[in-house]
Design a protein around this ligand. Structure first.
Ligand SMILES: [Cu+2]
Length: 319
């Protein structure tokens, strides 16, 4: 309805209209009470104005039943209105915070001053993100330097991107088109230029795009190449766990630690195992793994995580 209003971005994701409805509800309530109060101020000012010089104010009657009823009314009604907003907001927040299980996972690395995107199939892009329409997309995001924030107004999603940590966000675009992407945390001199486009395509066009020309793709090492180049494979062997744990089937498993804790091997755990190996020692092993802090870019780390995720145990083989 407000497509043409310049301040009102297009709705292009499944959650956009839900967020807008809540926004307009809150705006409507605020406008209704602001106008009501403004009119009452004027009306009561005139109605109870001082009519002659000797007139003094009258104290309101205390403890009357009418007064008690009035006070309860003006407390309970706003309370109920706020509870409606609260419960409605929590419902939307829960949806927005939990990616569906079948979401396709993309990686995003923020860097002064660009967005680097990586597709699950390994395809990389800068300041452009091609996605299929009608599919839930999960973003696993981190920053190479300072705090950035990934913001797509048309999808009504925004999430800070932090150095040294993974944050996630998800969306499902429901309209083919090209939508603006911004960084919404001031991140240095060229912050204003840090943005790009999300290109939403029909699934078959997306497949064609993925398969299409790879020119302009910068050369980079894949996870498997990094695993060998960084000599991870001298300790982590697929056949023996003598020096280091076998990484096959690690992703998604529970890992027992030396101090008795058990942790889930998710992306954040694998990242920490590479950058800060001493933080969590796997039970039964010595802390001999060297740190790779400062030696790998966040994109390298993502490549390695992707590689390790792909090391699936063959059927029926217990680790
Ligand atoms: Cu930024």
């Amino acid at each position: 309805m407000m497509q043409d209003a310049p301040l009102f971005p297009e709705q292009a994701s499944t959650i956009a209209s839900q967020i807008d409805n809540l926004f307009f509800f809150a705006l409507g309530i605020a406008a209704f009470f602001s106008i009501l109060i403004a009119l009452l101020i004027v009306y009561l000012g005139v109605r109870y104005r001082r009519r002659h010089a000797a007139q003094t104010g009258e104290a309101p009657p205390h403890g009357s039943k009418a007064q008690t009823v009035l006070e309860i009314t003006w407390s309970v009604i706003p309370f109920l209105i706020l509870m409606v907003m609260f419960i409605w907001g929590v419902k939307i927040y829960f949806t927005a915070a939990r990616p569906p299980a079948d979401a396709i996972q993309f990686y995003v690395v923020g860097k002064q001053w660009m967005w680097k995107i990586q597709h699950p199939e390994g395809r990389r892009e800068i300041n452009e993100m091609h996605v299929p329409v009608g599919r839930p997309i999960k973003l696993l995001m981190t920053s190479e330097d300072v705090i950035h924030s990934f913001f797509v107004p048309a999808f009504r999603i925004k999430q800070d991107v932090l150095p040294g940590r993974y944050t996630t966000m998800w969306f499902q675009a429901d309209k083919v088109g090209t939508y603006h992407l911004f960084c919404s945390q001031y991140c240095g001199a060229e912050h204003a230029k840090m943005g790009g486009w999300v290109v939403v395509m029909e699934p078959h066009e997306y497949q064609a795009w993925l398969a299409g020309e790879k020119s302009g793709q910068a050369e980079f090492m894949t996870g498997a190449e990094l695993f060998a180049a960084r000599a991870c494979n001298t300790c982590h062997r697929p056949d023996t766990s003598a020096r280091a744990p076998i990484l096959t089937g690690l992703f998604g498993r529970q890992v027992g630690l030396q101090d008795g804790r058990r942790v889930a091997a998710d992306e954040a755990y694998i990242r920490e195992s590479i950058i800060e190996p001493q933080a969590k020692i796997v039970s039964g092993y010595q802390p001999i793994m060297p740190t790779f802090k400062g030696q790998l870019t966040e994109e390298d780390v993502i490549e390695l995580i992707n590689y390790i995720k792909g090391l699936k145990a063959p059927e029926g083989v217990a680790r």
